[in-house]
Design a protein around this ligand. Structure first.
Ligand code: NAP
Length: 324
């Protein structure tokens, strides 16, 4: 009998996915501290044909060089900035990822973060829980900000940004966006968004929501220079990747009231501890990187991750494939 191909998972997946993988492959699952250390991953990746990984696993050229038998890297995410996809392509290793199926869930989270920070929901929750709600609020106490009539600037009108625009349209927001190139007229119509330069998006928006991938071009793009150009009353939402924002500058901008507030799902380094300076600022909502984290979406992501692996391990193009 032919020996089954080997697959390594840097953390566990749903039972149905593991069952399917076990039928076809010899699988090994990392069960210790997450993320797996680079040293341990180096020893595990050496002999396998397939790798299932997550956004916090850095799959660089060093690691790819060790993996002599590797045919496919299947990431449980739409972002693939943690993988050296160019190098994988050079080594004829397929890379599968999970776009589309997590678009609604992530757009919903971006929208809920926007509502939360503008209406100060989490901040209010802390007030109530900490016994600081001493009297019924009057006309000027604890006021938030309306969404209606405000301008939402979407940086990256792709799948998630476009879906957020549809949500915002039904809340009567004005929507502007910036991409490297404008989307089709049909997509503009569907999203109700108007193309503007990055400078206009920064200066005109009451809320800026980031939906671009993390690349060399977008790395640390949102820094003090941008925060100073934003309206003093504006809010920043980031559900894309933490490294797109210069976190030190953001902390200064929030503390010095250069901008009005922020709501974040992603950070320069994750997880952040309760001692992180962002946790000391009241006008910030902090989510623990849960953009795609709904029961339904996580099941679909597991299905696609396994399908991508099955195809790539046999030299075929994954359903959603980066590079080739
Ligand atoms: P997408 O469909 O590829 O959309 C990305 C958009 O960004 C495109 O419209 C693209 O348009 C634009 N863009 C790319 N580079 C740009 C640049 N340098 N300047 C301006 N615009 C640029 O991606 P998506 O599925 O919406 O996902 C977006 C990102 O969200 C992912 O890469 C991932 O990192 C993040 N994400 C996070 C979570 C979470 O758990 N928090 C969940 C899902 C996704 P052009 O090509 O025309 O520039």
């Amino acid at each position: 009998m032919m020996e089954k191909k080997r697959v390594f998972l840097t953390r566990t997946l749903h039972d149905f996915a593991l069952k399917e993988l076990r039928k076809k492959y010899q699988i090994e699952i990392h069960s210790g501290k997450i993320p797996i250390s680079k040293t341990k991953l180096r020893t595990k990746i050496e002999k396998v044909e397939g790798l299932i990984c997550f956004p916090y696993d850095k799959i660089d050229s060093d690691l790819i060089d060790i993996a002599k038998n590797l045919k496919v890297i299947s990431t449980y995410s739409v972002g693939f900035d943690h993988i050296d996809t160019q190098y994988a392509k050079k080594k004829k290793i397929r890379v599968g990822y999970t776009p589309e199926i997590l678009t609604d869930a992530t757009a919903d989270l971006a929208f809920s973060l926007m509502l939360d920070v503008l209406r100060r929901v989490s901040e209010g929750d802390r007030i109530v829980r900490n016994g600081k709600w001493r009297q019924i609020y009057g006309a000027y106490d604890y006021v938030g900000t309306d969404l209606q009539g405000k301008t939402l600037g979407i940086f990256g009108l792709g799948r998630i940004g476009g879906t957020l625009a549809k949500r915002a349209k039904s809340f009567d927001m004005k929507i502007v966006y910036h991409n490297r190139k404008p989307v089709s007229k049909n997509k503009e119509k569907a999203s109700g968004a108007k193309y503007v330069t990055l400078d206009k998006l920064i200066t005109q928006s009451d809320v800026i929501s980031i939906h671009v991938p993390h690349t060399k071009e977008t790395n640390q793009l949102f820094d003090m220079k941008i925060f100073k150009k934003m309206k003093k009353s504006a809010f920043l939402i980031n559900t894309a990747r933490g490294k797109i924002v210069n976190e030190k500058d953001l902390i200064i901008a929030l503390n010095k009231k250069i901008i009005a507030g922020a709501a974040l799902d992603v950070y320069e380094s994750e997880p952040i501890s309760e001692k992180h300076p962002l946790t000391k600022i009241q006008n910030v909502v902090l989510a623990p990187h849960i953009g795609s984290s709904t029961k339904e979406t996580r099941v679909k992501m597991a299905e696609i991750t396994v399908k991508n692996l099955n195809l790539g391990i046999n030299g075929k193009k994954p359903i959603y494939s980066v590079g080739y």
